[in-house]
Design a protein around this ligand. Structure first.
Ligand code: PLP
Length: 349
């Protein structure tokens, strides 16, 4: 039975495609890919791949092989390339030699595993240039660790792309120094913020994620990136709370005067975390409707004194412009996207 959800995530496909085109323009001569891990940063990976492939994107990145399985039919036979950032474990080998994706090899063990069982298939390789997260050592690459592998992209990942850190140049130079030391078709370094750091950071392929979905990791992208997701919640009840009455768990908010309050079908189980308590807001037309009291698991209260017409069953939009929502809630823009829960009905804006 198809039961209409009381919670929607309006996804603006035009903005999503426009954001990719903007990042592709900023990438200049480099190809521009798209990170679609974590279910397309919470939007739905299948939908994101369809929209971005239509916009012209050819290179996609997920974290794991189960994420490949979820979109495999959209990749195979469509002239698209998919890479798996976490590489390949023993238990991934069956998937990795069947599904239309290649591993990003991260460790000498993964390199050995792929050499042994990969049947000569193509791979990518991650080099650690100072973030000390995933990747083989640059010295090992220079020393021949990758000899004989069919490498498409030799990549590294910036630790501080969203700030003017001297580490950016160190990482860029460490990757550039590996040019020509392997048979890799191309090099790649930049995530969303990295694309803005200049020509020497773009190499042959860029890998934006956050900016495609409306995030602004650095000032250079504000005004470039458009908002993509807008949560919308339905009003379950409207009531007047008399002066002195309290709202929500632990009675953290008390009405200073008689206040019109609407209770929304939205809470921390949907990814609207408690950092929005007393700090977030909804919108209706031009009225800002502040969150009052504590966000609970499934419910959030807002002050609707300035929206006389709003009634039970009506919908309001939640303020989710990512940079401002991050500042209000104390959450990162990445957390705000990837936390969006399964109870949202994801639909076209
Ligand atoms: C997630 C990820 C990206 C995308 O990063 P954003 O900051 O979202 O643009 C690029 N490269 C790698 C290796 C990643 O893990």
């Amino acid at each position: 039975m198809d039961v209409p959800a009381p919670l929607r995530l309006a996804i603006d496909d035009d903005a999503l495609a426009a954001n990719w085109r903007a990042m592709a323009r900023l990438s200049r001569d480099a190809a521009c890919g798209a990170a679609v891990k974590a279910d397309g940063y919470g939007l739905g990976a299948r939908h994101v791949v369809r929209v971005l492939a239509a916009a012209g994107c050819r290179d996609f990145f997920v974290a794991t092989w189960s994420e490949v399985a979820a979109i495999a039919d959209l990749i195979a036979g469509h002239d698209l390339r998919l890479s798996v950032l976490h590489g390949v474990r023993d238990e991934d080998m069956a998937a990795a030699t069947t599904l239309p994706a290649r591993p990003v090899l991260n460790t000498p063990q993964q390199v050995a595993r792929w050499r042994e069982g990969g049947g000569g298939r193509a791979c990518d390789v991650m080099v650690d240039t100072g973030m000390h997260r995933l990747g083989v050592a640059a010295g090992d690459v220079a020393g021949g660790l990758l000899a004989g592998l069919a490498i498409d992209t030799l990549m590294s990942h910036l630790a501080c792309a969203d700030e003017p850190s001297p580490m950016n140049m160190v990482q860029r130079d460490a990757l550039a120094a590996l040019a020509g030391s392997t048979d890799a078709v191309r090099l790649s370094l930049a995530n969303s913020a990295g694309v803005t750091l200049g020509r020497d950071y773009r190499f042959g392929l860029t890998r934006p994620g956050l900016a495609l979905y409306g995030g602004e990791p650095c000032a250079a992208l504000s005004g470039v990136v458009r908002q993509v997701v807008r949560p919308q919640a339905q009003i379950l009840q409207r009531r007047c709370v008399r002066a002195g009455g309290a709202v929500g768990y632990n009675a953290t908010w008390t009405a200073p005067v008689d206040t019109e309050v609407a209770i929304l079908n939205l809470g921390y189980a949907d990814g609207y975390l408690r950092g929005f308590s007393g700090r977030g807001a909804a919108r209706c037309d031009d009225a800002r409707l502040p969150v009052i009291g504590r966000v609970s698991m499934d419910l959030t209260a807002i002050d609707v004194t300035n929206a006389a017409h709003l009634a039970e069953g009506d919908w309001v939009e939640i303020d989710y412009h990512l940079p401002s929502a991050a500042a209000a809630s104390g959450l990162s823009q990445y957390e705000l996207l990837t936390g969006l829960g399964i109870r949202f009905d994801r639909r076209a804006a």
